[in-house]
Design a protein around this ligand. Sequence first.
Ligand code: RIB
Ligand code: NA
Length: 301
Amino acid sequence: MTRIVVVGSINMDLVTLAPRFPGPGETLLGSRFLTAHGGKGANQAVAAARLGASVSMVGALGRDAFGDQLYQGLAKEGIDLAHVARLEDEGSGSASITVAEGENQIIVVPAANARVTPTQVEAARDAIRHADAVLVQLEIPLDTVEAALRLGRRESVPVILNPAPAQKLPAEWLSLASHLTPNQHELATALSADAVTDFRELMRRAHCPVVLTRGGEGAWYCDDTHPAPAHQPGFAVAAIDTTGAGDTFNGALAVFLHEGLPQAVRKACAAAALSVTKLGAQGGMPQQAELDAFLTDRSRA
Ligand code: RIB
Ligand code: NA
């Protein structure tokens, strides 16, 4: 069984569906409101668990109602929560999300996620040592992200760095990650690079495979055997909510990495496509059988 450790955020998503995005000072009538379990770390953990991986999560929640619900949700997915701290004096992370015109806008309040510590990463050392891959994003403190990158390097375990949400990365991190998975915006921010044209430059600096996600257009990737960026086209679906598509991609990529990058990217694109057909970041994330059926169906078409 593939073993994955996710070091990252857990949020309650407060999702509002609206006909369009409001302007400053404007009040709009929306059509629906729901709470949904989210956070980039938790989403990636759930994506990997549904695809059959044994997943352990390192993170933090408040001891509040959202924290209880989020904890139970992750436990129900079979995710090991021994390294998820429950903080007495801090609330759980939240994300206020507006979905309109097939796009989303998100404001994240990190709360407990801002207190995921390097010490927690060290405490998860055994899980990390035995993992096939570690996933980390940027919704937790950067010194904790760095601790995960360094521990992975020390234990020779691949660490996939998903540089989301976008921010500039310390240059030395590029040689610590085993894979980088930015979208176009994150690539530009993280490295002040221009998407596909600067792929080679990024590769040269990163010393690791890079996978650029491009929403419905699929993904571009390069590694030692594909020094020129290769394209995996996206799978056409009727998109309801694209929130969490990137997280689904990353979770799936980690699970299938051992099948080689082209196959892992293909499966990750398919998993992400399925995820956008249902509301909520974790809604629509496929189980293994569902992904297999979708891929069989699409390769016949
Ligand atoms: O990537 C999607 C996630 O970003 C949402 O679930 C939200 O919680 C924010 O963290
Ligand atoms: Na979804």
